[in-house]
Design a protein around this ligand. Sequence first.
Ligand code: MTE
Ligand code: HPA
Ligand code: MOS
Length: 752
Amino acid sequence: MKNLDLKSHVRGESIYVDDIPLVQGTLFACVFDSPVAHGKLNGINTADAEASEGVVRVIIAKDIVGENQIGGIIPDEPLLADGEVHFQGQPIAIVVAASEELARKAAKKITADIDPLEPVTDPRVAAANGDLIVPPKKFILGNADKAFLDCEHVFEGKADINGQEHLYIETQGAYALPTETGIKIYSSTQGPTAVQRAVCKVTGMSMHQVEIETQRLGGGFGGKEDQANAWAAICAVACQITKRPVKYALHRMEDMRMTGKRHPYSADYRIGLDRDLKIVAYDVTFYQNAGAACDLSPAVLERTLFHCTNSYYVPNVTATAYSCRTNLPPNTAFRGFGGPQGMFVIESAITHAADKLGVDRSEIQRRNLISEGDEFPYGQLAESDAITTWEQGDAKYEFLRLQQEAHEFNAGSKYLKKGVGIMPVCFGISFTKTPMNQARSLVHVYTDGSVAVSTGAVEMGQGVNTKIAQVAADVFGLSIEQVKVHTTNTLRIANTSPTAASAAADLNGRATEIACETIRDRLFEVAKILAEAESIEQLSFKGGYVWRNGDRTGLDWQTLVMDAHLRRVNLSEHAHYATPGINFDWSTAKGSPFAYHVYGTAVVGVTVDCLRGRYEVDYVKCCHDFGSSMNTAVDYGQIEGGIVQGLGWMTVEEIVYDANGKLRSNALSTYKVPDIYSVPKEIVILPLETDRKNLAIFNSKATGEPPLMYGIGAYFAIREAVKAFNPNAELPFDAPFTPEKVLMSLYPASTC
Ligand code: MTE
Ligand code: HPA
Ligand code: MOS
């Protein structure tokens, strides 16, 4: 079953915020943003902008009718800077004009009187200054300090991980229209309810006055979980003040400059192993670069802790995490949500140990994979294991043979060197904040037999609407064409969790299943009469007909539906689903937060050109735990996309801020993303064979985020290849491994 959006995408008929037909009188917003990263804001000169052609209004902090505040977790983020600026790109004023061009032209005429203050861009400096977003968080399992005393081998070091630009194809944007009751906003958001809350805050309206409508996103990747709020709030404020529709779709460079990214982290680790290479103790401290405001940073930080031991069982763990306030744009959710950074650090620690002990890193990895029943540092017991995907992957791809092939190749090749990296992944599915694991679905069966579904899920290319349509079609025994999944709208579905944590299909799919089953059971009662069945247990729906005891009756779906309506049977249902059995208590830092874990193991092969520092990814081959995929086209697409995005983060994508907090990699000419030439030449996906039951919709495990972390294998594969060329290379754990860094590490500093 292909993604339902396929045809409209290819024909250019899919609608994004910038495609919505404009209402007469629409105005256009453009932000004037801070040119410095940190400073005292003494005044704003808007006179020239106000006198500029087509300008209707310039709005600054004091004009905001409600509160000048959009912070979701803690109220530390003004919509418009007031008194101080905290990052370069922070919105200071909104110009509202008759056209996009005129708004942008006028915004350039605004100046701000700012006394610069010292900017902080390094999270360790912020931590030393005590500038934390929230108090430190800690996971403890066993007693690491004591266990280190008995370890045969102990290694300690540092790992640094850079951020990542989301680079969704559709930039951030919103379109606000005044309505009789309040305001309606079209928003490119993963979280319509989060947008609704932010809009209420800045306008002073109540939630029932504010309608948020989302058709689909041209990608979100976490970047629109929280950070779509500001642009919707800006349009709402301007709409409220001018009483006219206001639209703002950001230019690429505005988006790159003003929005936050994946969090960079710096970390210290200490790893202790016994004689058999079993990891006995692990102590890790994370310094998260949160940027200038909280945003989702504490939740991201928590997931770093949740995944700090990746797929390994370590009996004694102390993991500490600091969310550090710096003068960068507030960093935010990005596919993996802090998990990938946690995993990179333990992979670095294992590699450090392997280097020093003269063994292959896969030796240590293999011996420490988690088994069923092992305890994660947060108290949950593994309901499955990490060994099986490793073993099934090994059986199919022969890890040792791939490694030997690389060694043999290297022995006969002077300037091209190959490296192989194995990357097991274990990712927990559910929002780690338990109350967020709920969803609702509204299903209508119309009298012509067609079915309309609305949920809180947002389609952003990941195929959630296709999966939800499959659920409804399956329960009613219809073809997928008879089901339409409609826009995500806060009037139809209230109090939604964002489409995030890879959980949208599970949560919203389960709610849809419940709603459809309720309607189905009502229809069975009618069918029992019409098809003369003894009990409803004899009945089923398939191929648009009612079946009795496995035989097709003459009663078709449409006739049944119309008859039920005439009997005044309710053909609509609004259902609620809450993931059962999950919990987490931060007072003890223990619980069972995840509905299930997704496991997988990938082997990544690379070839490094040791004259130029360039490299190619030859293959990524994985064994992946789908449970039982309900849509292999969608799920394989998620895996391929996740792998390429993960590779990009670990290799070519490099965010550069200068010491003044100015983003240097601020356009596609200075920020490299993987292109068609840098994707792996071969991606092979082997589904894990298992019939184990899980809590996923139709037993089909989430695929949104877990595959991204296979990309980490490329970092270590490149490292192997570099070592094959220059065995004495000093190789700090410092991702991404850009071609530039590779080149510098291939040759001793004196020869460069
Ligand atoms: N795939 C596409 N094409 N576009 C996206 O924006 N976002 C990812 C992932 N896959 C994304 C994507 C992220 S960050 C998440 S959390 C999941 O999709 C969310 O969708 P799901 O819960 O339906 O898996
Ligand atoms: N994952 C993704 N997004 C989130 C989470 C999470 O665990 N918690 C809050 N937002
Ligand atoms: Mo995904 S980072 O949970 O939006």
